[in-house]
Write a protein that binds this ligand. Sequence first.
Ligand SMILES: Nc1ncnc2c1ncn2[C@@H]1O[C@H](COP(=O)(O)OP(=O)(O)OP(=O)(O)O)[C@@H](O)[C@H]1O
Length: 259
Amino acid sequence: MTTIQVAGLRVRHRRTVALDSLDLDFGPGVHGLLGPNGAGKTSLIRVLATVAAPTGGRVEMLGADLGDPGRRAAVRRRLGYLPQEFGYYPGFTVREFVAYMAWLKEMPAADAPAAVERAVARVGLADRIDTRIRTLSGGMIRRVGIAQAIVNDPSVLLLDEPTAGLDPEQRVEFRELLRELGASATVLVSTHLVEDVTAACTEVTLIAEGRLAYRGTPDSLSALGATADGVGDSPIERGYTAALRAHRESSPLAEATAR
Ligand SMILES: Nc1ncnc2c1ncn2[C@@H]1O[C@H](COP(=O)(O)OP(=O)(O)OP(=O)(O)O)[C@@H](O)[C@H]1O
C-alpha cells in the first residue's frame, strides 16, 4: 500500500537546488531518511508536511494531491510533524501545549484530553504533564515535540531528527515507540544516527545532493558495506559511505550520458 507518492519533486531555495526531480513512494512502516548535511532531507519533509510548496513535481498523500489547497486541510488532520527546530510556548505546561496542538489539528474536543494524556505517556513524560515546558531539559522538550506529533494518531508521521538531544536510554525507548507507530502508520524519520536506522527502520532512503542515492532495507545497506569499499565503524556505516561513494561516482556519468 502506498500512502505517499512523490513524482518529479523539485525544491529550489533561491539559486540552490535542494531536491532535483525526486521520485519516491512510501507505505506503512518506519522509513529512515539518511544523507549528508544539506542533502535535502528537511526540504523533503517540509513539503510532505505541507508547510512548504515545491518548485515543481507532484505529491500525493493519503489519496489527495497536496497541490490542491482544498484537500490539504483533510490531509493535515491525519498528519504528525516534528520540525527540526520545533517551536513551543515555554510558559505552557506539557498538557496545555499538547492540547493546543490537538486543537490546531481539529481533533474532536471530547477526545482530546484522553489523547493528550496518552501521547504524553507514550513519550515517558506522564509525571511531568503539568510542568511548564521552560523548566524541562532539552531531551524532555524533544519528547514533548514527539508527543504533539502523535497526539492525533497520525496516518503519516514526519520526524525531522527526533533523536537529536535524547540520551541513549531515551533513544532506545524512542525506537521502541517508532516500531509500534510504524505497525500502522507511515513514519519518516530523518536522522544522522545510523544506529537509529538499524534498530527501528524497515526501510532506508539515502538522499545526496537532492537526489536518491540508495533505497533498501537496513540489512541490504549493511551488506553493501561488507562487499564495497565503505569506511565506518559498523556494517551500516560502511554501507552508508559505500552507497554515497557509488552515487557520487555514478551521478556525473549519468548526467553526461543524459546530455
Ligand atoms: N531557506 C533556505 N534558503 C536558502 N537555502 C536553503 C534554505 N533551506 C535549505 N537551503 C539549502 O538547500 C539545501 C538542502 O537543505 P536541507 O535543509 O533540505 O538539507 P538536509 O539534508 O536537511 O541537511 P541537514 O542534514 O544539515 O539538516 C542545502 O544546500 C541548504 O543550504
